[in-house]
Each structure stands twice: as structure tokens, then as C-alpha cells.
Write a protein that binds this ligand. Structure first.
Ligand SMILES: [Zn+2]
Length: 114
């Protein structure tokens, strides 16, 4: 696998990578805690710039799981690889869109129990 550079991570963050490289970076991020630390650095750097990470991720919902998938995640049901990805998406990326969606799903689940 080609080495993932800081610039690639920056492009990944801004959704400026070709699809093949995007997949490569995503895989590498999931596999390497060291790379995740570097990615956090890149995010923090970018955060000091004019675009906030939250704004970027709200614009780039392309890699977000669907509401159904989030529902499965809540129940711990479904493809383990997908659940792992959703965990990654929420925990590392801290996607505000999915977090809000998940909070909403939790509320729905609660009201159904009553
Ligand atoms: Zn998301």
C-alpha cells in the first residue's frame, strides 16, 4: 500500500481525492491508530483555517451511513464491518449529522418502549 501523506489526509478531509485513493485512505485510517492520530492533527490544523470540520462534514455526507444502518448500529445488529465503520465515523470523525440522527433514533426507540 502506498504511504498516506499529510496532504492526502487533507484532501481526504476536503473530499478532493479520487475514489480509489479515498477508499485507500479510509482503509488505512481504520487500520492504523498512528494514522488516525495524524488525521486528528490535520483536522485540528484545518480547523484553525476558515472551514470548521463540522461544516465540512455536514457538506460531505457522502460517506455517512443511512438512518436504517444507524438504527442497526444502535441495536448492535448487522454486518460487523459496517458497525465498525459507523463506530469509526461517529467516534473519530464525530460527524454531527449522524450524531444528531443517532440521538433522534434513540428517542424514537425510547418512546416505542412506552
Ligand atoms: Zn455522518
Amino acid at each position: 500500500m502506498a504511504e498516506i501523506t499529510r496532504q492526502m489526509l487533507r484532501d481526504y478531509l476536503h473530499d478532493a481525492l479520487p475514489d480509489a485513493e479515498l477508499v485507500e485512505v479510509e482503509k488505512a485510517l481504520r487500520a492504523s491508530p498512528k494514522l488516525r492520530a495524524l488525521y486528528k492533527e490535520v483536522i485540528e490544523q484545518e480547523d484553525r483555517g476558515e472551514h470548521t470540520v463540522g461544516a465540512i462534514w455536514r457538506r460531505e455526507r457522502v460517506s455517512c451511513p443511512t438512518r436504517e444502518q444507524l438504527g442497526g448500529f444502535l441495536l448492535g445488529a448487522g454486518d460487523p464491518e459496517l458497525l465498525d465503520y459507523i463506530d469509526f465515523h461517529l467516534a473519530l470523525i464525530g460527524c454531527p449529522y449522524c450524531q444528531a440522527n443517532l440521538d433522534d433514533l434513540k428517542k424514537v426507540a425510547k418512546s416505542k418502549k412506552r
